[in-house]
Design a binder for this molecule. Structure first.
Ligand code: CA
Length: 426
């Protein structure tokens, strides 16, 4: 197999609507990174640049497995964000996406978190390598909306996972095996929100990667440039090939762009809500949403809120009849029960009633499932509710004391319980 190396370029633009750049980009002959910060202007570029400063410490000779090194660096960056948030509550809620590729001389170790993307162009075919950690992608995965609908969805930038200084958001880690002639593109959503994949494919085929980067950024601006746009491109060539002196990477120097380049060290304790326009709502501050138990519940929650508002304002009978076509599972008289209606405490309004009480007692459920039932579980129909109940892991009633000790539950039943709890959380 031909030994490979790659040429690289990193380019960013603040865009036409924002006054600050919260993206950071990095490209060197070993490491490619994008970090798209969020959480208000000051906090967003703090999260992005601080993460970048930690990840780019990987740009050196490594004596360990590249994927392990990358994973550890992601954890260090996460710990750093946690520390910054602890020290300065004003930056609470800040975070960043992360798309990083580390070259070990033969293959690329990849870490992905959030909605910055990685694409591969091979033989004229563009493939998206990363899967967006977004609410709309979860709807696409569940078959609820098409990719085309996701592109224009009002909540398309809502993230389900990002680097936030918390313990519950892990990066996707994988290996890629590049081939001679491959081009890899890492980019922030400032590109992919503005430019369709087939246009990206065409631009990425420009004569050189420097031209491709310029063209991609230009296209994002031409299509509105509402967000910071950052691209990092690598092109795999034969190792030892003469460097193309026309390329920006010919000098062999790393390229650092965006927030991390303009901010050598973070401004801790100074994070203010430095909004682009005074009084204007900054959608970036609300980009991250923790993953809900199910996306249906999230939508349902929103629908309930809207319906409740409608009830209060117009006491609409239509809204009321909608509520009566909804179902949920909750506890009633110590039993698992299907309710019709919605769970909402509104004075003078009775929005739920018992549809069917089962014989399953709360006591027969695991602690976890009992709490779920007590909190209420949404269902799309009565059948759906009954199916959910059928999937409950019901323990047999406690046996009467006998002379011989009853064997403890086997590990098999423990496994089953765990599996059903996992499904539960979807
Ligand atoms: Ca962005």
């Amino acid at each position: 197999m031909t030994a490979l190396s790659y040429r690289y370029v990193a380019l960013t633009d603040t865009g036409l609507r924002r006054s600050t750049n919260q993206d950071s980009g990095y490209a060197s002959d070993r490491l490619l990174v994008i970090a798209d910060g969020m959480g208000g202007a000051a906090a967003g570029d703090l999260a992005s640049s601080e993460t970048m400063h930690i990840i780019r410490q990987l740009d050196r000779d490594l004596d360990v497995d590249a994927l392990d090194a990358l994973e550890r660096a992601v954890h260090r960056a996460n710990d750093r964000l946690a520390e910054l948030i602890r020290k300065d509550p004003a930056v609470e809620g800040m975070g960043t996406t992360l798309e990083a590729m580390l070259w070990d001389g033969e293959k690329l170790a990849v870490a992905h978190l959030g909605d910055s993307r990685a694409y591969r162009l091979r033989g004229g075919t563009l493939t998206q390598i990363s899967a967006d950690h977004t609410f709309v992608q979860s709807l696409v995965d569940e078959g609820k909306i098409s990719p085309a609908e996701a592109r224009v969805h009002p909540h398309r930038s809502l993230l389900l996972r990002a680097l936030l200084g918390r313990d519950d958001n892990d990066a996707d880690l994988s290996w890629l095996q590049p081939m001679l002639g491959d081009r890899y593109l890492l980019c922030s959503d400032g590109l992919t929100d503005m430019v369709a994949d087939d246009v990206i494919r065409e631009a990425l085929q420009s004569e050189t990667i420097d031209m491709a980067a310029t063209e991609l950024v230009r296209l994002a601006l031409e299509n509105g440039g509402v967000d910071n746009v950052t691209v990092v491109i690598a092109e795999f060539v034969e190792k030892g090939a003469d460097p193309d002196q026309h390329l920006s990477s010919a000098d062999g120097q790393p390229q650092l762009v965006g927030a991390a380049a303009s901010q050598a060290r973070p401004r801790t304790g100074e994070a203010t809500t430095d909004r682009d326009e005074p009084g204007e709502f900054d959608p970036e501050e609300l980009r991250y949403a923790p993953r809900p138990p199910s996306s249906r519940r999230r939508l349902r929650g929103l629908a309930i809120a809207l319906v409740v508002a409608a009830l209060v304002v117009v006491a609409g009978s239509l809204a009321y009849s909608w509520t009566q076509k909804q179902y949920f599972i909750a506890a009633s008289e110590g039993k698992v029960t299907v309710f019709r209606g919605i769970q909402a405490n509104i004075p003078l309004l009775d929005l739920d009633h018992v549809e069917e009480r089962t014989t399953i007692t709360l006591a027969s459920l695991s602690d976890f499932q009992r709490k779920q039932v007590e909190a209420g579980i949404e269902a799309s129909s009565k059948d759906d509710a009954l199916r959910t109940i059928a999937a409950l892991d019901v323990r047999a009633p406690a046996p009467e004391p006998t002379e011989t000790p009853t064997p403890k539950p086997t590990s098999k039943s423990t496994t089953k319980s765990t599996a059903s709890e996992t499904a539960w959380l979807r």
